[in-house]
Design a protein around this ligand. Structure first.
Ligand SMILES: N=c1c2ncn([C@@H]3O[C@H](COP(=O)(O)OP(=O)(O)OP(=O)(O)O)[C@@H](O)[C@H]3O)c2ncn1[C@@H]1O[C@H](COP(=O)(O)O)[C@@H](O)[C@H]1O
Length: 109
């Protein structure tokens, strides 16, 4: 996914928050508020899981698009920038072999 697409979409979402527009789905979400946004993130996450588990790749791409969009609405609502997340991913990217060691079986209760 091109970084510019995410940046452009983020800016449009910020603009919809600051200048509500008639007929805009994004403005509708901001008007409804945080509970509605969280509900949509949950729904899109569930739909993504369902399509992945069925192996429906084309539907999966659509659902991931919906999920990313709704996550970005949540980011704008909570004032989390793309750079905030980018910095976290970049710092983690430097650290490899992240799998935690298996816990030992409990033998004695
Ligand atoms: N990327 C998206 C995007 N992805 C998904 N959706 C909307 O997310 C909704 C998901 O479908 P659902 O069936 O789950 O929801 P619904 O029944 O329509 O709505 P609810 O009543 O459940 O809230 C659809 O209405 C889609 O239109 C999006 N709406 C807007 N954008 C982008 O946001 C920007 C601003 O759009 P507007 O705010 O509409 O001007 C534009 O660049 C758009 O492309």
């Amino acid at each position: 996914m091109e970084n510019n697409i995410l940046k452009g979409l983020y800016e449009t979402i910020e603009n919809r928050r600051d200048n509500p527009k008639e007929g805009s789905y994004t403005s509708y979400l901001f008007e409804k508020g945080i509970d509605k946004i969280l509900k949509k993130v949950g729904e899109e996450c569930t739909e993504t899981i369902i399509e992945a588990s069925k192996g429906h790749k084309e539907n999966l791409k659509e659902e991931i698009g919906d999920l990313v969009y709704h996550l970005m609405v949540l980011m704008v609502q909570m004032d989390v920038s793309l750079d905030d997340v980018g910095h976290i991913l970049a710092s983690r990217h430097k650290v490899q072999n992240n799998k935690k060691p298996e816990r030992k079986e409990i033998e004695k209760w």
